[in-house]
Write a protein that binds this ligand. Sequence first.
Ligand code: MLT
Length: 333
Amino acid sequence: MTFKALSGAMVAALLATTALPVSAKEFRVAVGDGAGGTQEALGLAFVEALEAKTGGAHSAKLFLNGQLGDEQDTVTAAATGTLDFSILAINNITPFSPSVGTLTLPYVILSLEDAENITQGEIGQQMVDKTVEDAGVRIIGWAYSGFRVLTNSKHPVTTVADLQDLVVRVPKNEIMIETYKSWGIDPTPMAWGETFAALQQKVVDGQDNPYMTVYAMKFDEVQKYVTNIRYIFSIEPLIVSESLFQSLSAEEQQQVLDAGHEATLASGAFLRAEEAKIKAELAARGMEISDPADGEQEFIDLATAKVWPKFYDTIGGKEVLNGVLTALDRPTV
Ligand code: MLT
């Protein structure tokens, strides 16, 4: 039967069928941390913006506390297209895309403003492109979580000497492992999902993560002492599976990117509004907070002298670090 031969009613019915909107899709977003932290805040802001920009055609659901897999595993899942989105700490992307390692080199990012300048500028875009190429995932948003402070269950730490009897958990990240080695101890690399239990069972004495994460993960229940070291400012990207991204129309891609950008801006505002309150809450719950002695100089000198040169090749050359330092108006190496 030709189109011409169809009755008016049949044509109307056919047109109505083909004109139906694309069915609404709910994406799955893996979130490494628990409720109340910067990862959840970024995720919620993203979901809200995505729903608004797509007029409800697309939405997303957050799965907190590593329900969809450990952070590093979610990168592989997104790359192979079995997961849509993930929010995870940058240090857990570095093993798949070494160029973002510049952001985990100790004492490179020294403030929230530094983090925002780099991630939202030209260098951030270069990192996005490189991560697509290296890891098959696209960074579409950035959560800012604050400095990774050191926590432990044994005693206050203010000097490098105080660290020496501690067993400290670190992510499976070579730069962080080498940083603790520069301070004279052999840390214990461990997946994020195993960390709470390891602290609770005293398999390890301590770990480092931002105040917001310590709070979201309830580490105050198993850790007593906090040291305000500032070696890494934690940046926690929202990634999308590149194969999913490429399957979207140009308009949908733009909606996803715009929603990610809005969530990024919301994340900076969230940290500014919440970090001091969370720190005070953790102190009220009994955590004892100290500053490193001598303005942290001993930690800084050891880490920058010993760790930076070891990773020039991995991050794509010394000039990559110098590009970041120049963008931050700091002396190059
Ligand atoms: C880690 O220590 O593995 C990460 O910082 C965890 C996180 O995403 O908060």
